[in-house]
Design a protein around this ligand. Sequence first.
Ligand SMILES: Cc1ncc(COP(=O)(O)O)c(C=O)c1O
Length: 438
Amino acid sequence: MAQLETTSSQIAQWVARDEAVLSPSYTRSYPFVMDQGKGSEVWDVEGRRYIDLNAGIAVCSTGHSHPDVVRAIQQQAERFLHMSGTDFYYPLEIQVAERLCSLVPGNEPHQAFLCNSGAEAIEAAFKLARYTTGRPRMVAFIGAFHGRTMGALSLTASKAVQREGFAPLVPGVSHVPYAYCYRCAHHLEYPACDLACVSYIEQTLFKNYCPPREVAAIFVEPIQGEGGYVVPPAGFHQRLKELADRYGILYVDDEIQTGIGRTGKMFAIEHWGVVPDIVTVAKGIASGLPLGAAVARKSLMTWKPGAHGNTFGGNPLACAAAVETLRLVEDEYMAHAAAMGEVFMERLRGMQRRYEQIGDVRGLGLMVGIEMVRDAAGRQPAPELRDAVVQAAFERGLLLLGCGASTIRLCPALNIPRALVDESLKILEESLAAVLKA
Ligand SMILES: Cc1ncc(COP(=O)(O)O)c(C=O)c1O
């Protein structure tokens, strides 16, 4: 990402103080120092206003400080802040689990394990998959991001820097190419490829070095997030699920970024009609409060009391926020996300026709990726161009972030108003035009 360029003294001071005491492993793209936010607009400590197309990386699903969510948190804060859901009972934790269990695809009874983050939800799914199948191995995808704790990191294969220096990771994880059709690892074209990325797992991975009867689970993002907002084609998830079922392998659907209405359905996997065995959620479920979950069929939740737990999971404030978030998303915002996603896609495809440096525009609902390339024919990734556009947009009052090698990701709040969609697209195009002109 572009160098931080600080111009104003207050901002520069905060950035300097941050650099003195916060871990240098964070990946800040530009010096936005937040003061407050409302919906899809945010203001920095010097009062400058920005449109936020990032929503805390797909977290603030109902926008910043939605009044209903804030009210629910305040009301709960006056009753109690914490009680450890691992050891005691309270209605909010049960209500959130009930909602999640009824929302995940599949008709069988489900149960939920609540935690505080995406990585923790993945750890829970990883451990549960091993525990319940008695099998040691996992399959995951190149480009996948499942988090940064040791188990989750072992499944992650997005950027080498995320793994460098941390080996040995958890053994037994094999990575295979994802259905990234714009850059097919097999150099084939969809649909003539007949989903070679799925057959590769059976014909190469399972035959040559990863005995399928030792595989507990396949971890898959329905749409790759951090890896580049990569939407797989029709049939991919269905074929993958059939393969998993043939060998008694669990299908772990990582909905941490895609879930809770973001793609226009409660869970993105519903676009492919697949019923997963375990679903992981976090990010958007509580509008910004830390909450994660691994939800599985009851028949898979075979672990004994004490086998897994935590102190803070299912925190009452986070659960209060989640109940309101789920209500708002289900009633209204999920449909709005689908509609606004279409506006973004149509306008960005128009922009793609005007600028050959926009190699690919892809997405579902409000999860939209714009892959920047040097030129349309060569398709070489253009990370420096992507970073320059992100920087130029910041300077014009628009917050964007990158993902993958050279993609700009748009993941705004699900209730972003149409006027802000239009305004943000205008700034985005101006930024791209300015960078190309320079
Ligand atoms: C698909 C996916 N899984 C897991 C994670 C890890 O979540 P967390 O950062 O809350 O640990 C992320 C975070 O970006 C994600 O996008």
